[in-house]
Design a protein around this ligand. Structure first.
Ligand code: A3P
Length: 329
C-alpha cells in the first residue's frame, strides 16, 4: 500500500510546465519485514505520476530465490556493476555480451514507472526471462517487491560520491528531460529531496544498515575504479563462482570504460534512445546524450562551485555520521 502526495514546489512546477510531468512523493505504508530496519522511518520517494499505476504491481512482483538484484541510486555505477555481474553469472559469455543488449540481458525493473510510456510489458518480460535473472533497479527498500525479503535473493548495492553522482545525474536530466536547470539549482533539488528517486542519503543508509546480511553485497563506484579486480573477486565469492586469472583479466578488459563505451551492447545507447522516444525527442547520434560520459572519480571539482561542494559535504556528514558511515566527506 502506498500514499501519493503531489509535490508543490518550484521544481515540480518546472517539470509540469516544461515537460508535462507531475511529480509525486510516494509513501510506503506497509510494514517491511526487515528486523534491522524496525526502527527506521521509511521516507517518501519522488516519482513521476505514472509510477502510481504500477506501484502495487512492482511491490507484489514475484521474485525468484536465485535472482540477483543490482540496486543503486541513479548514476552510481549501475551499468558497470550490471555488466560485471551478468558476465560472472553467465560463465563469461562474451559472445552473448557482445551481441545482446545489456538492457535485455539485465532488465530495468521500474523503467515503465519512470519514463513516460503507456506500456506495461517489462514485468511480463521478467516473468519470462530465464534464471538466474540479473535485475536492475533504483528503488529504495520501501518500494521494492516485498518478496525480496522473504525469498532472500542476492542484492548488490553500489553507491558513489554524491558530488560525482549529482554531476552525472545533472547531465543526464538536462539532456534527456531538458529540465533546463543550472547545476546549482539541480544540487538544491537533490539536497532538498526534490528530484526523481530522492533522497540519495536515505537510499544509501537503508542498504548500509542491512549490509551485513548474508545476501547483501555493498560496495562503491570508487572501489570499482580503484580495485576492479578486488571487486570482481568479492562479487565472484558472493555469487559462488570461480574463475581463473586469464578469465578475470579478459573480464577486466571487457569492463574497461573504453571498451564498454565502444561496445553498442554495453553502452546503454539503446536505453537513451528509448527515453528520447518516450519523451518524444528527436535522437541525433551526434548531439544525443552519451551515457558513458567521463567515467572518472572527482569530476565534480571541475563543475561544482566550492559552495555547492561544501553544502553536499555538510549534508553527507549530517546524514551519514550518526550511522558510522564515513564515505565521501
Ligand atoms: P559519469 O557520468 O560520471 O561519466 P549509472 O550506470 O548508474 O547510470 O552510472 C553512470 C556512470 O557510470 C557514468 O558516470 C558512466 O560514465 C559511469 N560508467 C559506466 N560504465 C563505466 C565503466 N566501465 N568504467 C567507469 N565508469 C563507468
Amino acid at each position: 500500500m502506498f500514499r501519493f502526495e503531489e509535490l508543490q514546489n518550484a521544481v515540480a512546477d518546472n517539470f509540469k510546465r516544461k515537460k508535462g510531468i507531475r511529480l509525486f512523493n510516494v509513501f510506503p505504508l506497509d510494514c517491511i519485514p526487515i528486523e534491522t530496519l524496525k526502527s527506521w522511518t521509511f521516507k517518501p520517494t519522488c516519482m513521476p505520476l505514472q509510477y502510481q499505476t504500477q506501484a502495487e504491481a512492482f511491490a507484489n512482483f514475484k521474485v525468484r530465490e536465485d535472482d540477483i538484484w543490482i540496486v543503486t541510486y541513479p548514476k552510481c555505477g549501475t551499468t558497470w556493476a550490471q555488466e560485471m555481474t551478468w558476465m560472472l553469472v553467465n560463465d563469461m559469455n562474451f559472445d552473448e555480451a557482445n551481441s545482446v543488449d545489456l538492457t535485455e540481458r539485465s532488465i530495468f525493473f521500474e523503467v515503465e514507472g519512470i519514463a513516460p510510456t503507456d506500456k506495461c510489458e517489462v514485468l511480463e518480460l521478467l516473468n519470462k526471462q530465464k534464471s538466474p535473472r540479473v535485475i536492475k533497479t533504483h528503488l529504495p527498500i520501501g518500494l521494492l517487491p516485498r518478496d525480496i525479503w522473504l525469498k532472500k535473493c542476492k542484492i548488490m548495492y553500489v553507491t558513489r560520491d554524491p558530488k560525482d553522482m549529482i554531476v552525472s545525474y545533472y547531465h543526464q536530466m538536462n539532456n534527456i528531460v531538458s529540465c533546463n536547470m543550472s547545476i546549482e539549482e539541480f544540487v538544491e533539488c537533490i539536497l532538498t529531496d526534490n528530484m526523481i528517486y530522492s533522497s540519495f542519503w536515505n537510499h544509501v543508509l537503508e542498504f548500509w544498515l542491512i549490509r551485513n546480511k548474508f545476501n547483501v553485497l555493498f560496495f562503491t563506484y570508487e572501489d570499482m575504479k580503484r580495485d576492479l579486480e578486488g571487486i570482481i573477486g568479492k562479487t565472484s565469492t558472493f555469487l559462488e563462482k570461480d574463475y581463473n586469472a586469464k578469465q578475470i583479466s579478459l573480464l577486466m578488459e571487457h569492463l574497461s570504460f573504453k571498451n564498454m563505451k565502444a561496445t553498442p551492447t554495453c553502452n546503454n545507447e539503446s536505453l537513451v534512445k528509448m527515453i528520447y522516444s518516450a519523451y518524444k525527442l528527436e535522437y541525433d547520434e551526434k548531439t544525443a546524450f552519451k551515457f558513458m560520459r567521463k567515467g572518472l572519480i572527482g569530476e565534480h571539482k571541475k563543475e561544482l562551485t566550492p559552495y555547492c561542494i561544501v553544502r553536499i559535504n555538510a549534508k553527507t556528514k549530517e546524514m551519514f555520521e550518526p550511522y558510522g558511515l564515513n564515505l565521501y566527506t
